[in-house]
Ligand binder design. Structure first.
Ligand SMILES: Cc1ncc(C[n+]2csc(CCOP(=O)(O)OP(=O)(O)O)c2C)c(N)n1
Ligand SMILES: [Mg+2]
Length: 884
């Protein structure tokens, strides 16, 4: 044992403790804390080193005598909550009875019902609240409870509940989890991919302050709530931005962690204490932590525990054992928990085994929960986390309460249903109860009135999602004239062109202030630093220092009203800001337009799950994969050179992805995108890849605007081309050079098309194909590709700076033979020229592929192929770049 934990003078110890009690009684807690702090500081100064601890004893943070009085009718609320529990359970059980394996969760909501009901009845503000609504992230798999409540509120029908997880049912169904894409008037935040919710909630709260600080909305005390699982907190994303929340002093943010001590397979920390671990982490990060561990029944025991032995026992029991007490009976609990020390057995000698068993954890005690929420809501200067201990599968009894299988429990047998009915006093006969019917309060019953009145007072139902807001008119495209008319002899990159567009937009009278540039510590890489001064970097506390570059015109300017979100090296956080900004039309009724520019390699590859959630949440905005292209970004090597993000983008349903070559293309696409998002209120994300290769940009070919948007426009036409070349992004230049070589070396006339989006071309062609399949008797339609290319069934060679599959997307829809060149394999550093040769996408390989295409089509002699190999010094023994 450590020397300093041995009590060498118990009498002296007692005197110290007596003084503590005396001060507490006579002068109160604040004075006591003050004296203790002073004494500790003094002791430290004298050399008595204190063990550092972020963890407080394993008891409730809010003591019984400090609890705010409960503002509701406990009995009525219990009846309401019990019925929600019943209906939530019935939904899952019925769904699985009628369609085994359809899934659903009973145990999560069973553990969080009190956490949610107290919040619904007393805290969460709805849309019509004079201060505006709170933004609530619900724990994804507690969705049955949220639906069951909406059913009692009269917002959902029995049919809806019957069709839980049956979304293809004729009458429509309810989505498994919170999915705004599937239930756009109901769910606001997609939370079921664990870990994303907590991170997005933090950035949502920060974005709320951003809007306030910039004077776009008023400060009205709106809160962001996130209801989370304790197992979920193991996701790195869940805890990844805790320090940011504290640094920004987000007192508009409340986390409620449902600490049922279990996750899917078993205990979250069988050999430890998750609540203590989380307390340490949150406090260490600078959060206000409120623990709600013990229910009311424990208060008198804690009070009677004069020696601190109960406290010691509470602290030493690991979670694995704690769960065992839930599963076992009262006798076991007495013997193993209290029985460890004879004095503790004495403490509970007046309690029967049944009474012991009924001692609840704090998360099932509405008064304790309310007291915690009250403090959380009123806390200043820090975000708050409520760590509430609950029981997974609460009330399920042997069917799952505290069992390791509980997460997967989806069916209850007759006996278990009757147990549930009895446990929560649901007024159903045996016969009825065993059919697990949905049950509602009678119209005008006390319970119904109470339920509706509470929500009315708090501003209406939750969750509820607004689909649209008032559109803003996007200025005419002529604002981008300088980009549309070409750069003359000036060589610029597409990234520079984009930054110019951003600059023009942010100065625009109508929409300037709604533009939200977001960057994760790459602004200088993209040449965006001039915007630092023009727009300012958002900093809630302004700039408290004189920046090292303050003497320069373009200094690092942090201000409270700053427009740029400079997120630091944090792509997950930056995409969360993008989501918050891109859903502000729904959450705040304002059309913010985010432009999130990042190293394209660290976009889809790193945070696709967030981007997927952004799609689900109907986010609107622009993602810009900067310095993209596997050979265009040439020096940075394997982990920087993106050649595949367009595959991911193409597979994300509401993303329109473009790989751009010229500044006028960027202008046209961004202008069109803004029109869709802001004028037409379409839920779309645009993904643009922009590069860092400098070259001259020609003026926009007359009338090509529409085709640029569709994905392909003509660069060089010939009357009767023998061959067609498609190029995209900076590789269009290689296609143009290849066409020159065809003419020069082979007397072959090649037409050139610039592809702005293989995925948009594919989507449209696939749509047409599908229509034709389903409507054989109607006049068959033709896709953009067909319309443009049908007269020339010549071979096509396509090239991009992405893996071949990107260009191959359109192969089935292009008339004639189709060959794609691309950058399959790991990138590496070298000159662009060498890399393009290495990946076999340069002009010579394009020509070789074209010669072969023509030879195979019988248009030229086969011997020409070997001629080309020789002529361009191509090494046939060269290993495949994909494998090297
Ligand atoms: C990223 C991710 N990984 C895995 C899952 C599958 N999953 C669903 S619920 C669950 C356990 C959740 O445990 P916890 O967070 O403690 O919530 P509880 O149900 O205990 O309240 C898991 C692993 C998921 N939804 N998301
Ligand atoms: Mg859990």
């Amino acid at each position: 044992m450590e020397k300093r934990t041995i009590d060498t003078d118990p009498q002296e110890t007692k005197e110290w403790l007596d003084s503590v009690e005396e001060v507490l009684e006579e002068s109160g807690q604040e004075r006591l804390s003050f004296l203790l702090k002073k004494a500790t500081a003094h002791a430290e100064r004298l050399g008595a080193r204190q063990p550092f601890s972020l963890i407080t004893p394993y008891i409730n943070t809010v003591q019984q005598n400090e609890q705010k009085k409960y503002p509701g009718e406990r009995k009525t609320e219990r009846r309401i909550k019990s019925l929600i529990r019943w209906n939530a359970m019935a939904m899952v059980v019925r769904a699985n009875n009628s369609s085994p394996g359809i899934g659903g969760h009973i145990s999560t909501y069973a553990s969080s019902a009190t956490l949610l009901e107290v919040a619904f009845n007393h805290c969460l503000k709805g849309e019509e609240h004079p201060n505006g609504s709170d933004l609530v992230f619900f724990q994804g798999h507690s969705s049955p409870g949220i639906y069951a409540r909406a059913f009692l509120e009269g917002r959902l029908s029995k049919e809806h509940l019957k069709n839980f997880r049956r979304e293809l049912a004729k009458e429509g169904g309810l989505s498994s989890y919170p999915h705004p894409w599937l239930m756009p008037e109901f769910w606001q935040f997609a939370t079921v991919s664990m870990g994303l919710g907590p991170l997005m909630a933090i950035y949502q709260a920060r974005f709320m302050n951003y809007l306030i600080d910039r004077g776009i909305i008023k400060e009205t005390g709106r809160k962001v709530w996130a209801f989370l699982g304790d197992g979920e907190m193991d996701e790195p994303e869940a805890m990844g931005a805790l320090t940011m929340a504290a640094r920004e002093q987000l007192n508009n943010l409340i986390f409620v962690v449902n600490c049922n001590l279990q996750r899917l397979d078993g205990p979250v920390r069988g050999n430890g204490k998750i609540i203590q671990e989380l307390e340490g982490a949150f406090r260490g990060a600078g959060w206000n932590v409120i623990k709600v561990i013990w229910g009311e029944g424990w208060d008198s025991l804690i009070e009677k525990d004069k020696t601190g032995l109960l406290l010691k026992r509470m602290g030493e029991v690991v979670d694995g054992e704690m769960i065992k007490y839930i599963v076992e009976d009262g006798k076991y609990f007495r013997k193993n928990f209290f029985g460890k020390y004879p004095e503790l057995l004495e403490l509970v000698n007046k309690h029967s085994d049944r009474e012991l068993k009924r001692l609840k954890p704090g998360g099932h005690d509405p008064e304790k929960i309310y007291a915690a929420y009250f403090e959380a809501i009123n806390h200043k200067g820090q975000p708050t986390v409520v760590l509430a201990r609950t029981i997974k599968g609460y009330g399920l009894g042997e069917a799952g309460e505290g069992r390791n299988i509980t997460h997967q429990q989806k069916k209850l047998n007759e006996k278990e249903l009757l147990h549930f009915r009895d446990r929560f006093e649901i007024p159903l006969t045996d016969k009825k109860a065993t059919t697990a019917p949905f049950y509602r309060f009678k119209k005008e019953s006390n319970e119904e009135k109470y339920l509706l009145e509470r929500r009315k007072r708090l501003g209406g139902f939750l969750p509820k999602r607004r689909k649209k807001t008032k559109p803003i008119t996007i200025p005419n495209i002529s604002i981008f004239n300088e980009l549309i008319s070409g750069t003359g002899n000036r060589k610029i990159s597409t990234t520079m062109a984009f930054i110019r567009i951003l600059t023009i937009l942010s100065k625009e009278k109508n929409i300037g202030k709604y533009i939200v540039p977001i960057v994760p510590d790459e602004a200088r890489t993209f040449g965006m630093d001039p915007l630092f001064r023009q727009l300012g970097i958002y900093a809630h506390f302004g700039q408290r220092y004189d920046p090292v570059d303050s003497d320069q015109f373009l200094y690092y300017k942090e201000i409270k009203e700053g427009q740029i979100l400079e997120e630091g090296i944090n792509e997950a956080g930056a995409i969360s800001s993008f989501i918050a900004a891109g859903t502000s039309y729904s959450n705040y009724g304002i059309n913010m337009i985010p432009f999130y520019i990042y190293y394209s390699m660290f976009g889809f590859q790193r945070v696709w799950d967030f981007i997927w959630a952004a799609g689900d949440m109907r986010t609107r905005g622009f993602l810009l994969g900067g310095t993209a292209g596997r050979t265009t970004l040439n020096g940075e090597g394997l982990q920087h050179q993106d050649g595949h993000s367009h595959l991911a983008a193409a597979a994300t349903p509401n993303i329109k992805a473009y790989d751009l070559a010229y500044s006028y293309e960027i202008a046209v696409i961004i202008h069109h995108g803004m029109k869709e998002m802001v004028e037409e209120q379409k839920d779309v994300i645009y993904y643009l890849t922009v590069e860092n290769e400098n070259y001259k940009h020609p003026p926009m070919p007359e009338g090509s605007e529409n085709e640029i948007i569709k994905g392909m426009y003509k660069i060089k036409s010939t009357d009767m081309p023998t061959l067609r070349l498609l190029g995209s992004g900076p590789l269009i230049k290689e296609a143009i050079e290849a066409a020159r070589l065809f003419a020069l070396d082979w007397e072959i006339d090649a037409g050139i098309w610039c592809v702005t989006s293989f995925s948009e071309l594919r989507k449209e062609a696939e749509e047409v194909e599908r229509w034709n399949l389903l409507n054989p008797n109607n006049k068959q339609r033709r896709s953009h590709l067909e319309k443009k290319l049908k007269n020339q069934k010549v071979p096509t060679v396509a090239v991009s700076d992405y893996v071949k599959m990107v260009a191959e997307q359109i192969a089935p829809y292009v008339p004639g033979p189709y060959y794609a060149l691309g950058t399959d394999g790991f990138g590496r550093s070298d000159t662009r020229e060498n890399l393009r040769r290495f990946f076999e996408i340069d002009r010579h390989y394009i020509v070789l592929a074209g010669i072969r295409a023509l030879a195979l089509a019988g248009k030229i002699k086969k011997s020409k192929m070997q001629e080309a190999v020789k002529k361009y010094k191509i090494n046939p023994k060269k290993p495949n770049p994909r494998n090297t």
